[in-house]
Design a protein around this ligand. Structure first.
Ligand SMILES: C[S@@+](CC[C@H](N)C(=O)[O-])C[C@H]1O[C@@H](n2cnc3c(N)ncnc32)[C@H](O)[C@@H]1O
Length: 299
């Protein structure tokens, strides 16, 4: 059937929402707004206003909406289609090959930011490291929301590409405070041993065999970003905790995200590392165990 010359935004929104709902998309209304906004190069709020005003979409835009809706109906992540993911105060470039930053990680980044801010009063520039940086969600939040000198470590070539592009989007001053390091989080940055104030990480932590239910995660997040290896999925987190113990200065702080059922196991793995003197599990906004904060012995 030929594309009509135009259609009302209200009508397009209703049709798209129904199609997304039928495809099992968990948030069909907001996704419909976001897809239409993406095509119109507007914000979702602007699209909602235009819809309420009774505006129309042109035939060319209708063809583009059809293309992006087909992709979302096939459960491609909304963030891959739009090429952007919001995270705290900024937006990141994301797409196929890189882990899409999650809202629960915003709280984890917040804990690291709080720890850095507490150090800023000392007059010295705090050193902070994001291990397993992905697109740079946490590392960039540290740069933008604190005065810290930040290192971002990532080993996957596809993720590194997005990380570097996101760093390139920072202002020149912000860029001067961040270093991207390609390598294994467990062994990287030897030259900073014992010098860092805060180490933060959202490592892969899913146990083997625990296949994520959402098609967006199962088919589009890279395996290397999901599975933490070992029988409990904690081999990489264990290596990351050991790296944090090596990198942190006395009285340093380690913040690490984990799965909602891994609170006790991550406290235990940190408890096995001599340098750490405390480990406390914290919850995300939904009240689920989500991250651990550990301190190294004060000097
Ligand atoms: C769960 S994702 C988190 C990405 C990002 N920190 C975020 O919160 O959006 C984990 C990331 O760790 C990376 N990764 C996995 N194993 C690694 C390793 N041994 N060293 C460095 N990065 C690793 C993956 O490529 C992926 O980008």
């Amino acid at each position: 059937m030929p594309t009509p010359e135009r259609a009302s935004l209200a009508q397009v929104y209703a049709q798209v929402t129904t199609r997304l709902e039928n495809a099992g998309v968990p948030t069909p209304g907001p996704d419909a707004d976001a897809l239409i906004a993406h095509v119109m190069h507007k914000t979702p709020a602007e699209v909602r206003t235009a819809r309420a005003r009774g505006d129309y979409l042109s035939g060319a835009h209708l063809d583009e909406v059809e293309d992006v809706v087909k992709r979302r109906v096939a459960r491609e992540p909304l963030q891959h289609i739009c090429g952007r993911a919001p995270f705290r105060t900024h937006e990141l470039r994301v797409g196929p090959g890189v882990f899409v930053p999650r809202p629960e990680t915003e709280v984890v980044a917040g804990a690291a930011i709080e720890a850095i801010r507490a150090r800023e009063h000392s007059g010295e520039v705090p050193y902070a490291i994001d291990l397993c940086a992905g697109s740079g969600a946490i590392a960039l939040a540290l740069v933008r929301e604190t005065q810290a000198r930040v290192w971002a470590v990532e080993r996957d070539v596809y993720a590194l590409e997005y990380l570097r592009r996101n760093v390139a989007d920072l202002t020149e001053t912000e860029r001067s405070r961040i270093t991207v390091t390609a390598g294994d989080a467990r062994t990287a940055l030897d030259s900073l041993n014992g010098q860092c104030d805060v180490v933060v990480s959202n490592p892969p932590y899913i146990p083997p065999g625990a296949t994520p239910l959402e098609p967006e995660v199962a088919h589009h997040d890279p395996q290397v970003a999901l599975y933490g290896l070992g029988p409990d999925g904690l081999e990489i987190p264990r290596g990351v905790a050991r790296a944090a113990a090596r990198l942190l200065s006395p009285g340093g702080i380690f913040v690490m995200e984990h799965g909602q059922e891994q609170g006790e196991a991550t406290r235990a793995l940190v408890g096995d590392i001599d340098a750490f003197v405390s480990a406390v599990t914290h919850q995300d906004l939904a009240g689920r165990d989500r991250y651990l904060v550990a301190h190294t012995q004060s000097g």
